[in-house]
Design a protein around this ligand. Structure first.
Ligand code: NOJ
Length: 752
């Protein structure tokens, strides 16, 4: 080793420790940013080109594979040689410490970042994100992310690849389970809640993870709902519907972005400079770094956008992708690309500096092992408070879709209950896709069977029959299930799709209840016993017969570790359901995409039977089976007419819309009061309704409350044909109600 190396290293150590001391003082944010920038620059100056390229490289660890494994080269050796900046799927204090120690053997001792998909929990699994979105409870959603971050950070993880903020209007797409549904407004609020939850008090706290807004962009609009498929959409649609949650995450301070697998209007997102350079790092001034999706740099070859990895790496860096997850295109080609003059050193420096800044912000240069604390890991391992929080959040996500004759809630005195269906005793499935299985989980996860049993005294009897499997054609279990049903006072069924039927690479062309489950429901219903059906799924499923016939339906998604207890809390009325669908439920796959905020068209049907050359199906109504924002309660709410304090206002002024909500039923309950607006005439056509605000209120039986919403011109903005974000004077409709369909309406004018 040369003398200059030691000289540099010495200077580096002095500089880092000096800056670290300064850093511990409380500098204002701007100063802090500046100082960290200086620190990153000083490290950058010491780095060779190869070391820089190493920082831009990320490999999978050996704990879990969440993509096609390449296993190319000795990873540990590559860490020691400084060829890696980050790893994913390395978890646990011991394991992360071991690898971090290797990184500490490199010349400049630049710490590794450990990333993982902490999507809805780590040790404690929370409801899948789509379910959480159904709570419309931003505090609960933030808390869920907060707990997930605390548990994961205690296990050595620095960075979560979440939140997924992709808008999804197509339930065939398996990853709809991972987002917040179809609405850009709700999706944006939830994106912010999740970023706040994951990042807690800010990067540098030992219980905070760096969050990652993904997948940038428009991944949720994959053609035909087939995962990884192409996306072709107008820029107006991109800006208006798909970008807002990303923008919101960015404004909330999300540390990183992940680009996406899809091509967008012919350019793969990973190599898309319009998305990453112009919008994200340009217009939005995003300061963090962008990681590719798994292998997506190399996938520009099969996309037909790059000839080879050399070209793919070049396109990705030019487009603004700072880190290469698993494709190895960067590590193998960037040096040559710089030497060939195809990439500027400046573009490499920019990427590396962004990555180093995050490592500084996380405090890893101060102490690379600060997330490797055995005691903290132990404390979070069986944390009862986290489990309790999980149960409470899970209750808030269960959607009551139907409750004929107020069959629910059940009395605890019910004598004999038959529990039927392939999920009644299920354990693993309750966690849903993107969850982690720990060795003692079978004892921890509460099945519906156990949850219901926990509620009942000795006088009640539970009977059980599986009835059928999840996804085959055998009806051999029907007879036994029918016999069991006949012996009971009431039947509770639990059906749906398995946890691995939705998620990444889990698109389905047929989203009916799988296998013979709906036939089983028919057979049980034919006994004449009252039937309650709980449906577990990672997406909206189609179950029209059930929806039209059985007494009660609860949509129970994948609820997490405490699933069974949360279900039982709702069934027996310890929690009065309050969730509202964050996505429309289609009547048939042929209707997809079906979403509430569609345009009117030039030929809207007058009603469901209007087929007179109108925009309609001759075999189906246009509207979904269950609309966006829908969900019942054990009580009922009535809405007065809308009271506007004025009929018109000017930009800069505002208008107040009020409505009185009354709890007209017998139970105390929570209602989500939703405000929608329609711009009647625009320079581009406007949706028939757009969610603009909502409030959740708790009302005791018989109580009323006046709710007011302020409407400003800013709420009426949209992207016009030039992509300017404008409001236009004119007439507007206003709608308020408990879902997007059943609403009170009024109108106002925005003056010039
Ligand atoms: C591919 C997925 O698309 C992405 O969301 C995930 O974070 C990575 N794999 C890593 O697991």
């Amino acid at each position: 080793m040369t003398r200059s190396f030691f000289k540099n290293l010495f200077a580096f150590t002095i500089m880092i420790s000096h800056l670290t001391i300064c850093e511990s003082q409380n500098f204002p944010k701007k100063n802090r940013e500046q100082r960290i920038g200086q620190k990153a620059d000083s490290v950058l100056r010491l780095m060779t080109l190869d070391e820089k390229i190493g920082q831009m490289n990320q490999y999978n660890g050996d704990w879990e594979a969440t993509g096609p494994i390449t296993n190319d080269g000795d990873k540990q050796n590559q860490i020691r040689m400084g060829m890696l900046g980050s790893m994913l799927n390395v978890t646990g204090v011991e394991h992360t410490r071991e690898l971090q120690q290797m990184a500490m053997k490199t010349r400049l001792k630049i710490p590794l970042l450990f990333g993982q998909d902490i999507i809805h929990g780590y040790r404690t699994t929370f409801p899948i994100p789509l379910a959480e979105a159904a709570s419309w409870d931003l505090d609960a959603i933030e808390l869920s992310a907060r707990i997930a971050a605390t548990e994961a950070a205690a296990a050595g993880v620095h960075w979560t690849f979440a939140p997924m903020v992709d808008i999804a209007r197509d339930p065939r797409w398996g990853r709809i389970m991972e987002g917040a549904g179809e609405d850009p407004y709700l999706g944006s609020l939830i994106a912010v809640a999740r970023v706040k939850g994951f990042q807690g008090k800010g990067l540098g706290s030992t219980d905070a993870l760096m969050a990652c807004a993904k997948h940038f962009a428009a991944y949720g609009a994959a053609t035909g709902g087939r995962d990884y498929n192409s996306v072709d959409m107008s820029l107006r649609m991109l800006w208006e519907t798909y970008l807002p949650p990303f923008r919101a995450a960015e404004e909330a301070g999300v540390a990183t972005f992940m680009n996406s697998f899809n091509d967008l209007n012919g350019i793969p997102a990973t190599g898309n400079a319009y998305l990453q350079r112009d919008i994200l790092k340009g217009r939005w001034k995003f300061k963090g770094f962008v990681v590719s999706d798994w292998g997506s740099v190399g996938e520009m070859i099969p996309h037909g956008y790059a000839k080879d990895n050399y070209e793919a790496a070049m396109e990705a860096v030019i487009a603004g992708c700072d880190m290469d997850m698993e494709s190895r295109s960067y590590i193998k080609n960037l040096s040559k690309l710089v030497n060939d003059g195809k990439l500027s050193l400046g573009s490499i420096n920019d990427a590396v500096k962004r990555i180093l800044i995050k490592k500084f912000e996380m405090g890893l240069f101060d102490d690379p092992f600060r997330f490797c604390n055995k005691e903290r890991e132990q404390q979070q391992w069986n944390n009862k408070d986290n489990l309790n929080a999980e149960r409470q959040i899970a209750e808030k996500t269960i959607v009551l879709l139907r409750n004929e004759n107020q069959i629910l809630p059940l009395s605890r005195q019910t004598k004999t209950i038959a529990l039927i269906g392939p999920f009644i005793k299920s354990v693993r499935d309750n966690l849903g896709f993107w969850s982690y299985i720990w060795p003692d989980d079978s004892a921890r996860i509460i099945s519906p069977w156990q949850g219901i049993q926990n509620k009942l005294g000795k006088e009640s009897k539970l009977l059980y029959a599986r009835g059928c499997n999840i996804n085959d054609s055998s009806t051999s279990g029907f007879a036994e299930a029918v016999e069991v049903a006949k012996q009971a006072d009431i039947v509770i069924m639990n059906v749906g799709e398995a946890a691995d039927m939705s998620g990444e690479a889990k698109s389905r062309s047929n989203i009916h209840l799988p296998g013979v489950q709906e036939e089983l429901i028919m057979a049980i219903q034919a006994t004449g016993k009252p039937v309650i059906v709980m449906i577990n799924a990672g997406r909206p499923l189609i179950f029209n017969w059930t929806a039209d016939h059985v007494a009660a339906i609860l949509y129970t998604w994948w609820l997490g570790t405490e699933a069974g207890d949360a279900m039982a809390d709702v069934i027996f009325g310890d929690y009065n359901p309050s969730a509202k669908l964050p996505v429309s439920f289609p009547r048939s796959e042929g209707q997809i995409p079906v979403y509430y905020n569609h345009f009117n068209t030039g030929r809207p049907p007058k009603n469901d039977s209007d087929l007179n050359y109108v925009s309609a199906y001759i075999d189906l109504p246009n509207d979904p089976k269950f609309p966006f924002g829908y969900g019942l309660s054990y009580t009922s709410f009535s809405f007065s007419g809308i009271d506007l304090n004025k009929k018109s206002f000017r930009p800069g002024d505002s208008l107040t819309a009020s409505i009185t909500v009354t709890n007209t039923g017998k139970f105390d309950g929570k209602e989500t009061v939703q405000l929608y607006i329609r711009d009647l005439v625009g320079s581009v056509v406007r949706p028939v309704k757009e969610l603009k605000n909502f409030q959740q209120i708790f009302l005791r039986a018989g109580d009323s409350k006046k709710i007011s919403f302020t409407i400003t011109a800013d709420m009426l903005r949209f992207y016009n044909n030039k992509l300017d974000y404008v409001f236009e004077p004119g007439d507007f409709m206003i709608f308020i109600g408990g879902n997007s369909k059943d609403v009170k309406e009024s109108s106002f004018t925005l003056l010039k």
